[in-house]
Write a protein that binds this ligand. Sequence first.
Ligand code: TRP
Length: 325
Amino acid sequence: MKRIFSGIQPTGEIHLGNYVGAIRNWVELTKDYDCIFCVVDYHAITVEYPTDEFKKRVIETALILIACGLTPDKCKVFVQSNVREHTELTWIFNCVTPIGELERMTQFKDKSKQHRANINMGLMDYPVLQAADILIYKAGFVPVGEDQVQHVELCREVARKFNSRFGELFPEPKALLSIAPKILGVDGAAKMSKTLGNYIGLLEDEKSMWDKLRTAVTDVNRVRRTDKGNPELCNIFTIHKAFSENQTLLNVDRGCRTADIGCIDCKKLLFTNLKSELGPIRERAFSLMKDTDYVIDVVRKGASDCSAIAQSTMTEVRSALGLFT
Ligand code: TRP
């Protein structure tokens, strides 16, 4: 069975954008692939973060993955820093990665602008660690969003460079782009993100979820209730597409264009559908919160299974490099 690897940053609060754009798709993929999902804590330390909350965020991120359906019977979930070989392989990959390639990575350029006071080597090396994450398991496919395609391309180049210098050892993995529409934040302007604060959290209480939804920006040209709207320009309609049935979509589309329904009606419908899909996930998450030992067991077992694979790859790598072992 083909192997899949993907990673998620331990932001702690997972939002609708993460769920629709990544996690829900990952759950589907577990049916057809041997899947490994990783909470990438070492990637997260490339920017400032609160050390006293970090552990909690890491566990909470794993907890949400499990609650969404990425259970140990379906896939492996683990914490990146628990499998030491990722960083070891990163060093070796550093020695085949041209600096020029890293300097032109869009995410590196963006993050360098956002964090001017701390442009560190880790920020630049980020994609090389990502390449090690993927290649240490010889994964063939990497489900990611559009913004990570460049990193997967770099990973392919690292594999090629390694193979041509030390012998064919790594496959060139392919990015698997999710077909889910990209969800914007409640501002209707920027991609939903934790740092921008325009997000609806997966585990947020229903009242605050509704407050955010109720006031979320829709089609900006539809000012009055009697104005006709254009669903194509409405982020709420995009979210509907992720949570509502076709018939509802047709009704909402028509109702919006004819002003038969108002934005609040449309949002109420969406809220109902959101609650019915997220309800079971939220219930599982809240019960896991009372049993974090279970979550810890899952990621420990995940790390031990992944370590076995990673160690065997490293044995091959050391031999290919001619290291004294
Ligand atoms: N860089 C990815 C992101 O920000 C997270 C990530 C780390 C990842 N390692 C990975 C994704 C390996 C896919 C494969 O979303």
